[in-house]
Write a new protein. Structure first.
Length: 177
């Protein structure tokens, strides 16, 4: 009888909202993906992050960062979309292909930053116009989003034009790698 009364009393307390057993505590919701509006983006421009655009034929890397600018924790997973817009009349827009690397899920708290790399294959200024791409602007779309950031290319130089190649020397890696 005592056990039955204790159970009824506990049920009454819980129903009144004055006590919640630890096993009934609400779990914190998992973060959802980051949206373009949650983020800031830019090129990493520190001395150790600058691509070596003056060394033709030698593959180099540029890095683009995303910072969570929202008041919530969010996640990024996959590849950003990157379209390079060229300076020459013949350049047009080049949508970069993805590497074979597997993406990981990155969790960004408020103010946290992650980046991804773009492998580039620079060419000499003397390379014929039809064989080089002169980047001016990068349109960068976070993974699983449709709105992009417009970033001015800060490094100069030219890239071997391989926008139709199956395995170009210029391609992008997943976010966080």
């Amino acid at each position: 009888m005592k056990t039955k009364m204790a159970a009824v009393a506990l049920a009454a307390i819980v129903a009144a909202g004055t006590a919640v057993p630890a096993s009934a505590a609400t779990a914190k919701a998992a973060p959802t993906r980051c949206h373009t509006a949650d983020l800031k983006a830019g090129f990493a421009t520190g001395d150790d992050a600058k691509p070596e655009m003056g060394q033709p034929g030698k593959q180099t890397q540029a890095f683009i960062w995303f910072t969570n600018n929202s008041d919530r924790t969010c996640t990024l997973s996959g590849f950003a979309g990157v379209d390079m817009v060229g300076a020459q009349r013949t350049d047009g827009t080049w949508s970069l292909v993805r590497s074979a690397k597997r993406p990981a899920k990155i969790t960004l708290g408020r103010g946290d930053t992650t980046d991804f790399s773009i492998n580039l294959l620079p060419v000499a200024r003397s390379t014929p116009q039809r064989e080089k791409f002169v980047p001016v602007t990068f349109l960068v779309t976070p993974p699983n989003e449709t709105k992009h950031f417009t970033l001015k290319w800060p490094f100069g130089g030219q890239i071997l034009k391989q926008d139709g190649a199956t395995h170009p020397g210029t391609y992008l890696n997943p976010v966080g790698q």
